[in-house]
Design a protein around this ligand. Structure first.
Ligand SMILES: NC(=O)c1ccc[n+]([C@@H]2O[C@H](COP(=O)([O-])OP(=O)(O)OC[C@H]3O[C@@H](n4cnc5c(N)ncnc54)[C@H](OP(=O)(O)O)[C@@H]3O)[C@@H](O)[C@H]2O)c1
Length: 290
């Protein structure tokens, strides 16, 4: 497999001592329906992952909870041995039950087991970045993350994890985590229409910490808004392109991990995210979520 040195929209930035493209890829949508089991089109899923790397993407987001283990295994099948520039990042804190639910799994033994599972399924000796995912499927919840985050910090000290992050977390939990060990990235739900984290994005930017919005395109419910459609029509672009371009322009610490199970959509998103939005476009888009 060749890695093309294309210039992706947004360029690159650091995640701790790693350098990643700001345009990354989120693998969750590659698992089967409801993020359970294998995909209907395994070859198609492998092709998406190979195309991401061929396009120059160096940041892949996954989790042992996807499938479970399905997206990790697809990433390994498509890309191992990994190019040195590629950084595969994972999340711990939830597992899966037989009904497709996402039960919390944040006891120290759960955290250790999930890190070791990710190392095994991805075929790695150390994970570049692991997020502790807090809250539940309904969103963040106010609770201490000290015990599970301390466990992740111990795994980092043992050399099994290079960098730490938090996900689905409140600003207080981000602060609590940072009091325990350095945090290089926060991954929370954020997009044009969901802007609860506006202040957090700016605070993290000031401290050089990456902000990685999940559901950048709306996730299971694609973003829809008259203002978004108007801006897209004015620029001759798709609403998806506008949503991604807006995120890249929102703040230099924002890293994109849009998901897709389609090579065509992946290519479309890479091109679309490079759209330059005018001040009037940004003003119209800002009115959607504020
Ligand atoms: N930390 C957490 O708790 C958490 C939670 C959720 C997700 N995540 C991460 O965030 C990543 C991104 O979230 P996501 O993938 O769920 O949602 P997303 O990126 O907001 O949206 C993905 C959806 O958009 C569609 N799509 C993508 N490009 C398109 C295009 N050009 N035209 C039309 N439709 C398009 C995809 O369908 P097609 O497959 O048909 O393209 C898919 O249904 C995930 O992959 C995962 O790694 C993290």
């Amino acid at each position: 497999m060749t890695t093309l040195s294309t210039s992706l929209p947004g360029g690159s930035r650091t995640l701790g001592d790693l350098r990643v493209t700001r345009f990354g890829y989120g693998a969750m949508q590659l698992a089967g329906p409801g993020v359970m089991g294998p995909p209907a089109d395994r070859d198609g899923a492998l092709a998406v992952l190979r195309e991401a790397v061929a396009l120059g993407i160096t940041h892949l987001d996954t989790s042992g909870a996807y499938g479970p283990h399905v997206t990790n295994e697809l990433i390994r099948a498509a890309l191992h041995p990994y190019p040195g520039s590629l950084h595969v990042v994972t999340k711990v804190g939830a597992t899966r039950d037989g009904d497709g639910g996402w039960p919390v799994a944040r006891k120290p033994a759960d955290v250790r087991r999930q890190v070791h599972d990710d190392l095994g399924t991805l075929g790695l000796e150390a994970l570049d970045l692991v997020y502790l995912r807090m809250g539940d499927a309904t969103g963040p919840r106010p609770e201490s993350l000290a015990e599970p985050f301390q466990t992740l910090a111990e795994l980092q000290q043992q050399g099994l994890v290079r960098h730490l992050g938090v996900s689905n977390a409140t600003p207080d939990q981000v602060a609590e985590a940072r009091s325990i060990a350095p945090v290089v990235a926060v991954q929370n739900m954020y997009n044009l229409a969901h802007r609860h984290d506006d202040a957090l994005v700016d605070d993290l930017a000031a401290d050089g910490i990456a902000y990685v919005p999940f559901f950048p395109l709306g996730g299971f419910t694609p973003l829809q808004s008259a203002a978004l459609s108007t801006v897209a029509a004015r620029r001759g672009a798709t609403p998806m392109s506008v949503a991604l371009a807006w995120l890249l322009q929102r703040s230099p610490n924002v890293l994109l991990i849009p998901g897709t199970s389609s090579v065509a959509h992946l290519r479309e998103n890479v091109v679309g995210a490079g759209l330059r939005l005018a001040t009037e476009d940004v003003a119209a888009l800002d009115r959607i979520g504020r």
